[in-house]
Design a protein around this ligand. Structure first.
Ligand code: ADP
Length: 402
């Protein structure tokens, strides 16, 4: 079976004409975020936001053209809105392929203990194809998504505390609130105000408790209800990722929008994630949803770093006594069954809610407490798994016999 290469995919796409603009998709520069893994191909078709759903036949035509290639087993093409300012998010230029992030940020005295900065320090690249380019994303070592099958399980709380715990472990950390439907990070991290820009193109991130932070919540009025149409979602997310001066960072934690729909899938595919963490409550129903999240990341070849069980058991605020609720341990059992690492459990504790709802998550508010220790334990595992991915991606050493 013929090997699928970027050239072959682009060649197929160069035969698809945009009837509205009278030229093919490749010469019009409409293809972005091309990712090829075995026979699975994904890319975005960038159109003007005004065309919206009207561009659907074009998307289908692009998908079919690539699917017709010998050796292609699946194609995911998504429409993204045309971006007026800043560089294109991928460009799918012929120079793509290979390890394409610039030198990872994690090369300094970022982590203490554990042998310092990680061997070779090349970010794991779970999928092939050109990485999205942008002034921000180029200088990020690893991008880790925090996802959940549904809302309300504590995904954002986990993302905020994990980001703080990663920082406490010595990693330079950023936090991207990609939950554009209900951005909660400004409130959770206790950060107000508007980000500034030095050059009119790239935004400087805000900082909360030492973590670099960006959220749609900084850019739009809290009171204004946001109505997002499909292509706008991706465009907004791409900008939050690429048009922000993130780097240098060791880890960017991305608080994903809840659920497993198209926006999540595209983000997972185009953000060049190093790994994903699924947050789940112990209830079976939530676990069913968690499985959807897992499958979504598998579909786009993003390694699932593990599952966190949130609201795992109840910790009485008065006597400290622990009682199990909601079929505690369900996430651990499910993780075992699915062959995914179990990263840890976080209790249901009013202190966790009060601190994060009050703008100072528990890892910042009580850094020496038991909850902070639990989040740090999870953070250490995440860093180790990211390092392991790095090591695995390195070629074997050459043996020289004299
Ligand atoms: P999601 O991002 O999944 O929608 P949030 O992180 O916003 O969920 O959490 C929903 C609510 O539950 C928030 O008020 C948060 O403070 C609270 N919460 C989250 N995790 C815990 C926990 N372990 N203990 C107590 N309250 C929690």
């Amino acid at each position: 079976m013929a090997k699928i290469t970027e050239e072959r995919v682009l060649e197929a796409l160069s035969r698809v004409r945009d009837p509205e603009r009278g030229k093919d998709l490749v010469s019009l520069g409409m293809i972005g975020g091309l990712a090829i893994k075995d026979g699975n191909v994904g890319f975005s078709v960038e159109v003007d936001a005004a065309r919206g759903a009207g561009a659907e036949p074009l998307r289908k035509a692009a998908e079919q053209a690539v699917f017709a290639l010998d050796g292609v087993t699946s194609v995911t093409a998504v429409l993204t809105a045309h971006r007026k300012a800043g560089p294109a998010p991928g460009g799918a230029g012929p120079n793509g392929g290979g390890p394409d992030r610039d030198g990872p940020a994690r090369d300094g005295p970022a982590r203490d203990g554990q042998g310092g900065s990680g061997p070779g320090a090349t970010a794991p690249a779970p999928s092939q194809g050109p990485a999205p380019r942008g002034p921000g994303a180029d200088r990020i070592g690893s991008i880790v998504a925090i996802a959940s099958g549904k809302g309300g399980v504590g995904k954002s709380t986990t993302a905020a505390n994990l980001a703080l715990a990663l920082m406490a472990e010595g990693a330079r950390t950023g936090l991207l609130d990609a939950d554009i439907y209900g951005p909660s990070m400004p409130r959770m991290m206790g950060v107000r105000g508007k980000p500034t820009t030095a050059d009119g193109k790239v935004l400087d991130p805000m900082t909360g408790h030492g973590v670099k932070l960006m959220s749609m919540g900084f850019l739009v009025d809290e009171e204004t209800p946001m109505i997002w149409r499909g292509p706008m979602v991706m465009s907004a997310l791409q900008q939050l990722l690429h048009d922000v001066a993130w780097g240098p960072l060791d880890v960017l934690v991305v608080d994903m929008p809840p659920g497993t729909g198209d926006a999540q899938l595209t983000l997972a595919q185009t953000a060049r994630l190093s790994g994903a963490i699924i947050v789940s409550t112990p209830q079976d129903i939530a676990l069913l949803d968690a499985r959807k999240g897992l499958n979504m990341f598998r579909k786009v070849d993003v390694p699932v770093l593990g599952i966190v069980e949130n609201m795992s058991y109840f910790q009485c605020p008065h006597c400290g006594e622990r009682s199990d609720v909601f079929s505690h341990g369900g996430a651990r059992r499910e993780a075992e069954r699915l062959g995914v690492p179990f990263l840890g459990e976080i209790p249901l504790d009013i202190a966790i809610r009060e601190t994060s709802d009050g703008g100072r998550p528990i890892v910042a508010a009580e850094p020496d407490g038991a909850h902070a220790a639990a989040y740090r334990e999870i953070a250490m595992q995440v860093l180790d798994r990211l390092d392991a991915g790095t090591t695995a991606a390195k070629p074997a050493p050459k043996i020289v016999i004299r």
